[in-house]
Write a new protein. Structure first.
Length: 579
């Protein structure tokens, strides 16, 4: 996403340019002061040892001690400024990156992974890295080159030639190592994601005996990853050695060149000046050597920048949603056409129905009919390709989620709990309100179970709600959906993992929703929930086969189908299925 002509990442970094300029000034002063010990050494040899003056030695020692103290303060200030710039950069762009990553995950694109946060950290760390510090010292290198030119132009040209050689080696290093490093980073991301998925499904892996197969696949990826890293290391190692050779050799070259100029009478008759030229040349080339040593961090930062830029381009900022008061619960689906993100063809085609506040709709249909897609669209998790879902006349997907969220309850088919306490998960990781917390747990028939836990509502849960069972996780998720008495509730297969007691608690929760006037949509494969339904929607191949009051739909389905559903429901009166 570009604002004007500048990408978002560049804008966020541009806001830190003032800090970077201050750091560059500190770097320039510090890089010049770092020559103080060398100047002290030369002055001791030239002045003190010849004059035998203790006063001169004392004065020079105090001066160099002061210079070193100032240099240390400048180094501390430089690091503080860069750290501030890194933190400010993260604050400016971090929330946007998180939102883009989340939107990409909703859209089921490859960028919707935690790798985006790893890339953000890589950029933040680069702002305090030795590579950037070396780049900030480049102006000091130009000053030192100017001093060398004042001593003799040939010395400056020799130093510049060595610097250009090291620059060429750095460019070759980048060209040689970038492809394998980028491939290695991509392979590492895939391997890390596969390992995360395998660990999260450890019970399935163990039960199906898949551990050996997954380990073999991981080892194969690791071999490929290590081969790419070794290839990059081999190529970069040779160039790094050549760069080190050029840097060390340059000092000797400058001494030899200075001695030659001295013998020709083109320099003042001072051996100290020859040594000074060597020191100046080494300091001028030092930033390039540091860049060579830390070039991998430059490559990683550039790769992270490219990935984040692509993510932000692909997932532009959301337009501000509608901020409306608490809905009454009137729901209307208008010719909804929808599909999972990235799907080539729509799954739902022309779905239309209407519910009044307090009505409970049960959605049934065969597998693949589009029931879960409908649930996600009704909850505002996925957009409509065409048509609209309206809650109190406002489109659900465009409604600001932070505003709508407290008034909407959603239980997905795949239950997801998060690391935190039971209270945190039920209260949606907001500040738990005890009255609402207990009301939601009671509504889900879960309060007694939670109260029996050693730490009650403060019991810590691990990833995916461990160590709770599937049914317990589903009831915690149901309590989360009911937290705060939402006006509109969407439950996708809420009875999939429930036992008899859980089914009874669910039925009681649905009856309570109706009693307080909340609108509810329940997707199910089990007919037991029909006993509390006001309306029934039958989906088949993404289209409405039947919709209306429950008893009318059952009669329309025909006697055999109605009797089968009634027997499964176990609570419908025979009159309800009379032809």
């Amino acid at each position: 996403m570009r604002t004007g002509s500048r990408p978002e990442l560049a804008q966020a970094l541009a806001a830190s340019l003032r800090d970077l300029r201050r750091a560059a000034v500190f770097s320039l002063a510090g890089a010049l002061l770092v020559l103080a010990p060398s100047a002290y050494m030369l002055e001791v040899y030239e002045r003190v040892l010849n004059s035998r003056s203790a006063g001169t030695l004392l004065m020079l020692t105090l001066l160099v001690a002061g210079a070193i103290a100032v240099m240390s303060q400048l180094e501390w200030a430089r690091l503080q400024v860069l750290q501030h710039a890194a933190v400010a950069f993260d604050r400016r762009i971090g929330e946007r990156v998180f939102g883009a990553m989340f939107d990409a995950a909703l859209a089921r694109t490859p960028a919707g992974t935690p790798q985006a946060m790893v890339d953000l950290q890589a950029l933040r760390d680069f702002l305090t890295s030795p590579a950037l510090l070396a780049a900030l010292e480049a102006p000091a290198a130009l000053v030192l080159l100017a001093v060398l030119a004042a001593i003799h132009p040939l010395l400056a040209w020799a130093c510049l030639g060595g610097a250009l050689l090291q620059t060429l080696l750095a460019w070759c290093n980048d060209a040689a190592t970038r492809p394998p490093l980028q491939a290695a980073n991509g392979a590492a991301t895939i391997s890390r994601q596969e390992m995360t998925d395998a660990v999260r499904a450890a019970q399935v892996v163990q039960g199906l005996g898949m551990q050996a197969a997954l380990r073999s696949r991981w080892l194969a990826r690791q071999r490929d990853l290590l081969a790419l890293q070794c290839a990059a290391s081999d190529r970069g190692g040779v160039l790094h050695a050549l760069g080190k050779f050029a840097q060390v050799t340059m000092g000797s070259v400058l001494i030899g060149l200075g001695a030659w100029l001295l013998m020709r009478g083109e320099l003042p008759a001072s051996a100290g000046l020859v040594v000074a030229a060597s020191i100046l040349g080494a300091r001028a080339a030092a930033p390039l050597l540091v860049l060579l040593l830390h070039w991998r961090s430059v490559v990683q930062a550039r790769t992270a920048w490219s990935r984040l830029s692509a993510l932000l381009e692909a997932a532009p900022p959301r337009t501000p949603g509608l901020n409306l008061p608490r809905p009454a619960g009137a729901l209307r689906a208008e010719q909804v056409v929808a599909a999972p993100p990235g799907a080539p063809a729509p799954v739902l085609r022309g779905i239309s129905f209407e519910l009044q506040p307090g009505e409970l709709l049960v959605v049934i249909g065969p597998s693949g009919a589009g029931k879960s897609v409908l649930a996600r669209v009704l909850a505002g998790a996925w957009p409509c390709t065409a048509g609209a879902v309206r809650l109190d006349q406002a489109e659900v997907f465009r409604w600001d989620k932070s505003s709508l969220g407290p008034h909407l309850g959603y239980l997905a088919q795949d239950v997801q709990l998060f690391e935190g306490t039971v209270a945190d998960n039920i209260a949606r990781f907001g500040v738990p309100e005890p009255a609402r917390l207990h009301a939601a747990a009671h509504a889900a028939g879960l309060h007694g179970f939670i109260a029996a836990l050693e730490q009650g509502y403060d019991t810590a849960l691990g990833a995916d709600g461990a160590p709770l069972s599937g049914g317990q996780r589903q009831r915690v998720a149901l309590a989360r959906a009911l937290y705060g008495e939402p006006a509109f509730v969407v439950l996708d297969e809420p009875d999939a993992s429930l036992d008899e007691a859980g089914d009874a608690a669910l039925l009681a929760a649905l009856q309570a929703l109706k009693a307080r006037g909340a609108t509810a949509v329940v997707v199910t494969h089990r007919a037991g929930l029909l006993r509390c339904a006001d309306k029934l929607l039958v989906l088949r191949q993404g289209q409405v086969q039947a919709f209306g009051p429950r008893d009318e739909v059952l009669r329309a389905l025909g006697q055999p189908v109605a009797q089968r559903i009634a027997r499964a429901a176990g609570g419908l009166a025979p009159a309800a299925i009379a032809a």
